[in-house]
Design a protein around this ligand. Structure first.
Ligand code: GLV
Ligand code: MN
Ligand code: MN
Length: 413
C-alpha cells in the first residue's frame, strides 16, 4: 500500500480516550487518576489489555513503567519509543498524558490493520508518576529509567498521608521485576496537548517544541509558636503562616525582579494545626521555578532563599529548605523537530516551532536518545483543570503527524 496516504482512525482514537476518561471521571468533566491509585491501576489494566489484543509484547519494570512492543523486521535494531503518562493531577483534565499513550496505541492499531511492517520495533510506554502531584518529584520513573534518579529514593517518597511510593506500587500490582534501566533506543516521540494558549491564539494545528524549560522544585518547612488567637497579643507572635504568606508573594514577584523569561509558583501549602483560632505553628509549601535559562533560575533561587531566611528570622520562625528536584532545560533533537514540522506540512497541517513550559518525560528521554514532541492546541489554553479540552480534529491531526514521524524513524536503518 501507499504508506503516504495512511491515516489513523479518529473515531477509534476518540473512543479510546472516552473510555479512559471514564476511569476517575470527575463531576466537572475532568479526571482524577492520581499515580498509583486504584484508578491508575484500572486504567493501566485496560491499557495492558489493549496492548495484548494488538499482539504487543508487554513488560512492566520495577518502577511500574509499562512497555508494549510491536516487533519489526529486524528486532536487533533499537526500537522507536513513544509514550507519555496515564496518571493525572487532582481534578485534572482528560487529555494531559493519556493522549500521548492512546495516540501511539492508535498508530499501532493503524499499522496492524493495514499489515504495515517496519524495520525497527516500535514500543509504547506509560511512565509511572509523571505528574509528581501525589509523590514529588514529577517524571520520576523516566528519570530512574534514564539513570538520572535513584530507584530506592523514588520508592521512599511519601504522599501527604505518609504512604510510600514503593508500597503503593506494590499494592496496585505494578511493581515489575525487570530493572528500570535504559536500553538502546533509536529515538523518542511524545505526543501531548500544549497546555498553554499559543497554538490556539495563532490558529496553528501542530506545535513542535524546540525543547522544555528547566524545572526546579523546592519544599519549604516553617515552624512557629501555636497559641490561642484571642488572648495572645499581636506583638511577639511567631506565626508560621504569616511568614509563609510573605514568602509566597516574593515567589510571585520573582520573575519580574529577574527581568522576565521565567515563571515561579507556589501551588501547594499545608498549614497546621489549621484551626481558625490557633496561631499556626507549622507550614509546608512548595516552590516551582522554570526558565529556558538554567543559570537565571539558579540566580533567582539564591535571591529568594536570602529573602526567605530574612523573613523567617524577622518573624522568629525557624526555616528548613529542601532542594527537591532539578531538571535542566532540554533542547530537543533538531532533526526530529524539523521532521515534525515537515511531516505536518506534508499532511496539510499548519505548524509552529515553540517552547514547552510544561514538564514531560521527554526531558529525561532527551538525555539518552534523540527526542522531540508533538503538540496540539489546548482550548482556552487551560490544562491541569477539569475543563481542559482539545478538538477531536486536532487530536486526529497530531496522531497522524505521530504516525508518519514514527514510520519514518522506524524505517531508518
Ligand atoms: C507536569 O505536568 C508539569 O509541567 O509540572
Ligand atoms: Mn503531561
Ligand atoms: Mn500534567
Amino acid at each position: 500500500m501507499d504508506l503516504k496516504s495512511l491515516k489513523i482512525n479518529r473515531k477509534r482514537l476518540q473512543e479510546s480516550l472516552d473510555e479512559m476518561a471514564k476511569i476517575g471521571a470527575t463531576p466537572g468533566g475532568g479526571v482524577q487518576r492520581l499515580t498509583l491509585s486504584d484508578e491508575d491501576k484500572q486504567a493501566r489494566d485496560l491499557f495492558v489489555k489493549w496492548l495484548k489484543e494488538l499482539g504487543c509484547e508487554v513488560t512492566i519494570d520495577e518502577m511500574g513503567n509499562i512497555f508494549g512492543k510491536r516487533a519489526g523486521r529486524n528486532n536487533d535494531l533499537p526500537p522507536v519509543l513513544s509514550g507519555s503518562h496515564i496518571d493525572s493531577q487532582p481534578k485534572g483534565g482528560r487529555f494531559d498524558g493519556i493522549l500521548g499513550v492512546m495516540g501511539p496505541l492508535e498508530v499501532l492499531r493503524t499499522l496492524h490493520e493495514n499489515n504495515v511492517e517496519t524495520e525497527r520495533p516500535i514500543t509504547i510506554v506509560d511512565w509511572t508518576n509523571e505528574e509528581g502531584s501525589r509523590f514529588a518529584p514529577a517524571m520520576v520513573s523516566s528519570g530512574v529509567w534514564a539513570g538520572v534518579l535513584d530507584r530506592d529514593w523514588a520508592y521512599s517518597r511519601t504522599d501527604i498521608n505518609g504512604k510510600r511510593f514503593g508500597d503503593e506500587l506494590e499494592r496496585i500490582g505494578y511493581k515489575g521485576k525487570i530493572p528500570a534501566k535504559k536500553r538502546p533506543l533509536h529515538c523518542y516521540y511524545e505526543y501531548h496537548i500544549e497546555q498553554g494558549p499559543i497554538l490556539e491564539k495563532e490558529g496553528i494545528t501542530i506545535g513542535a517544541p524546540k525543547g522544555i524549560l528547566c524545572l526546579h522544585w523546592y519544599d519549604v518547612y516553617l515552624e512557629g509558636e501555636a497559641n490561642q488567637v484571642g488572648p495572645t497579643p499581636m506583638e511577639g507572635r511567631h506565626d508560621a503562616l504569616c511568614a509563609a504568606a510573605e514568602m509566597i508573594l516574593k515567589v510571585n514577584q520573582l520573575p519580574d525582579r529577574m527581568g522576565g523569561n521565567m515563571v515561579a509558583t507556589v501551588g501547594e501549602i499545608q498549614n497546621y494545626p489549621n484551626s481558625r483560632n490557633i496561631i499556626p505553628d507549622k507550614v509546608h509549601f512548595t516552590v516551582d521555578i522554570r526558565s529556558w535559562d538554567d543559570d537565571l533560575a539558579l540566580k533567582a533561587w539564591e535571591l529568594l532563599r536570602k529573602d526567605f531566611e530574612e523573613i523567617a528570622s524577622g518573624r522568629g520562625c525557624p526555616i528548613k529548605i529542601e532542594e527537591t528536584w532539578r531538571v535542566e532545560h532540554s533542547p530537543f533533537d533538531k532533526t526530529l523537530v524539523q521532521r515534525i514540522l515537515d511531516t505536518s506540512s506534508q499532511l496539510g497541517y499548519s505548524s509552529l516551532r515553540m517552547v514547552s513550559g510544561a514538564g514531560h518525560d521527554a526531558s529525561y528521554m532527551n538525555q539518552i536518545t534523540p527526542t522531540a514532541m508533538i503538540f496540539i492546541p489546548s482550548i482556552g489554553g487551560r490544562s491541569h483543570v477539569e475543563v481542559e479540552n482539545s478538538t477531536w480534529a486536532d487530536c486526529e491531526a497530531g496522531a497522524n503527524v505521530l504516525l508518519h514521524c514514527i514510520l519514518k524513524s522506524a524505517n531508518e536503518i
